[in-house]
Design a protein around this ligand. Structure first.
Ligand code: RBV
Length: 426
């Protein structure tokens, strides 16, 4: 193994470890689902003998998932899934765990980013846990020899699931993958509330500007866009939504948001947040119409939504005006500010902490039980994308309700019979 671990890359790993460990402990204290799953895993050791490779945002909540998988008996090799989202101290604390090797480092270039992914694969994983699909892609393109011994994998995010489905449609996906993103316990909370809260708080902390009274343009009204729009409205912004899908555009309209094309929104917006998962959402013609001082941020997985090359082409100068804020000055004097290099702002801004702990507890609860399911019922899943079984999603929801002390009703026998029958009418 030639690629250096985080411990080998840091000047003061012991200090980093200590700070990382504190962050992990704080997160774990607020993750009742992970603690419940960990209790069961420590007893049953369902992952004994397995090797898990992970490419995720390496910060405190992810560290809890990583350690819980290790407590279930797995050996884990982890790296980042974004060059700017790793917290080096957390990465160092993880690497200090005997069952875990961490290669994740913040601020790596493209070459080092992919070298670290390769390094996790040298551990010859039997299970992969991805956020965005880079691990699965590296295995299929460069290390197909690993596929035979891989039981399966889990994918965390919309963009990754989208990539996997495209692969599956082409008949190119050669092992089972759970679409963790698509479960109710993940998508209705993480994508909506997590992206909404964490993106806006990262923008606020990075700029020290208010949303109140501003025109906030949200590009894309999927689960993430819905969250950003809802929370921006809750902070007294005037929200403008852009969409390409007619039903979603109407949904946004009926929710009370202004809906228009990006060409029109460009001239009106003060703060822009892209959440589409697609490329070229804000491009040259839009930059040309923007007002002086606008703020652009991306909340989609990859940095392709804002065309930074075109913006650079238009700019007469660019400079970092605050930590995490780059100002592009146009020939006519207008200034356009881009946060976190157009990378997902809730994780890649210098102050970013990622989604709140509570929502990641849910997402990672699903990840943990999905990994357990892959091992326990390996034969049930062939190559391709699979929905996570609904019973597992309910299991995680029930743990959360219990932890919150929330009682809900149960169907009576008569109600169940009524729901299942087609014979009851007026
Ligand atoms: N996400 N992770 C965090 N670890 O702090 N915050 C957000 C964290 C995940 C989220 O589940 C989303 O699907 C994905 O990042 C996008 O890359």
């Amino acid at each position: 193994m030639n690629e250096p671990t985080i411990t080998e890359q840091l000047e003061a790993p012991a200090t980093a470890r200590e700070s990382g460990r504190k962050k992990i402990e704080w997160a774990r204290q607020h993750m009742p689902i992970m603690n419940a799953v960990a209790g069961e895993f420590a007893e049953d050791r369902p992952l004994e003998g397995e090797t898990v490779a992970m490419a995720m945002h390496v910060e405190a909540k992810t560290a809890v998932l990583t350690e819980v998988l290790a407590e279930a008996g797995a050996t884990v090799a982890i790296t980042g899934c974004n060059p700017l989202s790793t917290h080096d101290d957390v990465s160092a604390a993880l690497d200090d765990n005997d069952a875990i090797t961490s290669y994740a480092k913040r601020g790596v270039d493209e070459e080092a980013y992919y070298a670290a992914i390769e390094a996790t694969l040298e551990h010859e994983p039997t299970i992969t846990v991805d956020d965005g699909g880079d691990l699965v892609m590296a295995i299929h393109e460069k290390h197909p020899e690993l596929i035979e011994s891989i039981i399966g994998g889990c994918e965390e995010t919309t963009t990754g699931v989208h990539r996997l489905r495209a692969m599956d449609d082409d008949g190119a996906l050669r092992y089972p993958m759970f679409a963790v993103n698509d479960t109710p316990m993940k998508r209705l909370f993480d994508n909506v509330h997590g992206t909404g809260e964490a993106s806006l708080s990262s923008i606020a902390m990075t700029t020290n500007l208010s949303f109140a009274g501003k025109n906030v343009v949200v590009a894309g009204y999927g689960y993430c866009g819905k969250g950003v729009a809802k929370k921006a409205k809750g902070q007294n912004a005037h929200v403008i939504v852009t969409e390409v899908e007619p039903r979603r555009a109407l949904e946004a309209y009926m929710e009370g948001y202004e809906v228009c094309s990006m060409a029109d929104a460009a001239a009106k917006g003060d703060i822009f947040v892209t959440t589409t998962g697609n490329r070229d959402v804000i491009v040259e013609e839009h930059f040309e119409r923007m007002s002086d001082g606008v703020v652009l941020a991306n909340a989609g997985h990859f940095n392709v939504e804002i065309d930074l090359d075109a913006l650079d082409g238009l700019a007469v100068s660019r400079q970092e005006v605050r930590d995490g804020v780059e100002e592009f000055e146009m020939a006519d004097g207008r200034r356009i500010n881009v946060l976190a290099d157009g990378r997902l702002v809730n994780l890649a801004a210098p102050v970013a902490l990622g989604h709140p702990i509570e929502v990641m507890d849910q997402s990672f609860g699903i990840q943990a039980v999905s990994v357990r399911e892959l091992v326990e019922n390996a034969d049930a899943y062939g190559p391709g994308v699979h929905e996570v079984p609904d019973g597992l999603d309910r299991e995680v929801a029930e743990i959360k309700l219990e932890a919150e002390g929330i009682d809900i009703d149960a169907l009576s026998g008569e109600q169940r019979e009524y729901m299942d029958s087609w014979q009851h009418g007026t």
